[in-house]
Write a new protein. Structure first.
Length: 339
């Protein structure tokens, strides 16, 4: 009996397994009801009484040794399995190239950052809008061309529900819900029913700004525009305001900047004029303030708006707006380190 026990102790000492099935087979072989240790236990009754104490101690030692060995094999296998399972075998091998931000997002964040430094906060609104917030509240006449199907996308042919043509609708919503002082910028996607070409698209992005308070003047607007132009295009940038017309501002103007590509000398970008138009602006029409529940006799304000794609095209010298919507990786990788 002692010899059998010693032989099994030596076997158990050198046990090994490479998977869970092999470990289970070893457990059955040594520790199951019909295993070798159980058979020795059954044969214990035949051991002479003067040897029972020694044999019994050795049997207990054998059983504990087998249990400990099987348990350690299980723990070792579980540890190795967890190490393997932590590895994602579907992951792309190193090095993994970093993605890039889209140039439209880069420029939008830069514009918002500039106006945030002037105290503006960001406001957002729905892209599917009603006629009141897109047109009527902004002083558009009933027969204004912008209401025509040529310019506006209508939802299910309902003339009261449209895809917003500008983010000015966000301004009217804010003015309806808040009293001055109001100082907001409204970035977002807008839609117009236009033919897609190198310089126009049926969807694009805008950033508009609105400042309403007591005693706001055109001089405040001009200083904000000058600060923006210098921060966006460089401190040598000059601005020029030309009279224009918008239903929601009076007086209205379009702002040009000195061409930062040729330095104002004339090139194909500025059409040899030395100036490039970038945005429209003006003092908020009193009718718009009154429509939104703000007393135009007490408060005044200015508004301005620009297309983000146009700013991006000027900043990065992109000659076709369609490049900004095609998601060609070769094009987008150029903006890896931008902003």
């Amino acid at each position: 009996m002692i010899e059998k026990i010693n032989r099994l102790l030596d076997e158990i000492e050198h046990l090994s397994a490479s998977n869970a099935d092999e470990i289970e087979a070893l457990r059955i072989k040594y520790l199951s009801k019909k295993g070798q240790i159980s058979l020795l236990m059954d044969d214990f009754r035949n051991v002479p009484s003067d040897q029972k104490r020694e044999v019994g101690m050795r049997l207990n030692e054998l059983k504990q040794k087998a249990q400990s060995k099987i348990r350690s094999l299980k723990e070792q296998f579980t540890h190795n399995y967890n190490e393997i399972s932590d590895i994602d075998l579907t992951r792309t091998s190193f090095p993994i190239p970093l993605g890039t931000r889209h140039p439209v997002n880069i420029v939008k964040e830069e514009i918002c950052d500039i106006f945030k430094r002037l105290g503006f906060s960001i406001a957002e609104g729905p892209e599917i809008e009603d006629d009141w917030h897109v047109f009527s509240s902004l002083n558009f006449a009933e027969d204004h061309p912008a209401r025509d199907m040529q310019d506006t996308f209508f939802i299910q042919n309902d003339p009261q529900i449209v895809l917003r043509t500008h983010t000015s609708s966000v301004q009217t919503r804010v003015m309806e819900q808040n009293q001055p002082p109001i100082r907001i910028i409204c970035p977002g996607r807008v839609y117009r029913n236009e033919a897609i070409s190198a310089r126009a698209h049926c969807l694009f992005h805008q950033v508009e700004a609105l400042y309403v308070d007591k005693n706001v003047s055109f001089a405040d607007l001009k200083q904000a525009l000058l600060f923006f132009a210098k921060e966006m295009f460089g401190h040598d940038t000059r601005i020029r305001l030309r009279p224009s017309y918008f239903p929601f501002t009076e007086p209205s103007a379009e702002m040009d900047i000195s061409c930062h590509i040729c330095g104002g000398k004339g090139c194909n970008i500025c059409k040899n004029t030395g100036w490039v138009e970038i945005l429209g602006c003006g003092m908020v029409d009193p009718n718009v303030l009154d429509n939104c529940g703000i007393d135009s006799k007490i408060y005044s304000g200015y508004a301005l708006g620009m297309g983000i794609e146009r700013i991006a095209m000027l900043k990065y010298r992109i000659n076709d707006i369609r490049l900004l919507f095609e998601n060609d990786v070769r094009f987008l990788q150029q903006f890896q380190s931008a902003y």
